[in-house]
Write a protein that binds this ligand. Structure first.
Ligand code: KG4
Ligand code: ZN
Length: 332
């Protein structure tokens, strides 16, 4: 079954074709991140406008790259929640039009379920149940993936998402958007012990909190500058990255140990962070568990993950009609 996936929940306009949820036939992305960088973050209105301009072309490229036409496609899967609502609606309405015109089933996909499904494209043998940390710009969830379409959230951020914290710290350090890649690049030359940063206390065994950590970075930067000294950007980037990846890894491994999970997974844009990946490798070994990491190009937003999850949603009978609406928030 060949599924055309459409994803437009943030600043990337994405289309991809995946066969049977596992085989990647094409994966196209047009990103407005460079333009968003001018404003220090995602401006929703700009994201929506770029989606409208790009979506037809990106979908056509995904078909072309796969050597297919709409006639060869069996269904259209689309991210319908959660996300920037104006951005989500561009993809939803495009997918609705395409499904209606081509007379193909329309499959609604939850964005975070999509991030988890990126793992199926990288690891053909991986099957639920497994434990997964989904860390992106909008979410930080520790999820028990019971089946392809059944999820239990064990822990989450009580304030900022991990990616959001990276983005805000990047802005404080003048590193631009998106912040995650910029902070980890700056951290390469830094001393992670240079600036002591707190581990915020949080209610809930597997919950995380990053707002205090982000504020601690801002306060430290302000104090150093008030003393007329220069902040070392590499040292602060390294100190922040060390603390936030320690917190994420510790919580995921704590849950894995408690549950006796033997399959531990990472997904979402923050999943491309090498320090986090290395910490989880070590931790999984300690627990004699196997760690599954998504390919770097499938960590951030893409439509291949949407098409992959769409396959399993379809098998579970989850098909929408033309009344499908986008939603800004929705539990996984
Ligand atoms: O999953 P994603 O592409 O979009 C959302 O669903 O939000 O995640 C984007 C987030 C951004 O906050 C970005 O700064 C972060 O992922 N990110 C990273 C890295 N690459 C992207 N964070 C830490 N380290 C990275 N290497
Ligand atoms: Zn995402």
């Amino acid at each position: 079954m060949k599924i055309l996936g459409i994803e437009s929940s943030c600043d990337d306009t994405c289309a991809a074709v995946v066969e049977d949820g596992r085989r990647l036939l094409s994966n196209c992305i047009a990103s407005s991140a460079q333009e968003q960088n001018l404003y220090g973050g995602v401006v929703p209105e700009i994201a929506s406008r770029r989606h409208i301009e790009n979506i037809s072309g990106v979908a056509q490229s995904a078909l072309d790259d796969a050597g297919l036409s709409m006639e060869d496609i069996d269904a259209v899967a689309v991210t319908f929640a959660p996300g920037l609502i104006g951005a989500v609606l561009v993809g939803v309405n495009f997918a609705k039009g395409l499904s209606y015109a081509a007379e193909k089933p329309l499959i609604p996909v939850h964005h975070l379920r999509g991030h988890v499904a990126a793992l199926y494209l990288t690891h053909p043998e991986l099957e639920p149940p497994f434990l997964c940390l989904v860390a992106s710009g909008g979410h930080s969830h520790i999820v028990w993936v019971e089946s392809y379409t059944k999820f239990k959230v064990l822990g989450r951020t009580v304030d900022d998402a991990a990616g959001e914290a990276f983005d805000k710290v990047a802005r404080t350090l003048g590193l631009g958007y998106p912040g995650g890649p910029a902070v980890s690049k700056a951290a390469l030359g830094g001393n992670p012990k240079a600036y002591p940063l707190p581990t915020p206390h949080v209610e809930g065994k597997y919950n995380v909190s990053f707002s205090g950590l982000k504020t601690a970075v801002l306060n430290t930067v302000n104090h150093v500058r008030m003393r007329g000294e220069e902040i070392s950007v590499p040292d602060m980037a390294a100190s922040f990255q060390q603390r936030i990846t320690d917190i994420l890894a510790e919580k995921l491994l704590l849950a894995a140990g408690d549950l006796g999970a033997k399959k531990i997974c990472l997904a979402g844009g923050v999943g491309s962070n090498l320090a986090l990946r290395q910490k989880l490798e070590k931790g999984a070994k300690r627990l004699s568990a196997r760690l599954y990491l998504p390919e770097l190009k499938l960590c951030g937003d893409n439509a291949a993950m949407v098409a992959a999850q769409g396959y399993y949603e379809y098998l579970d009978g989850n098909v929408a009609d033309l009344s499908l609406n986008g939603l800004p928030t929705l539990n996984i």
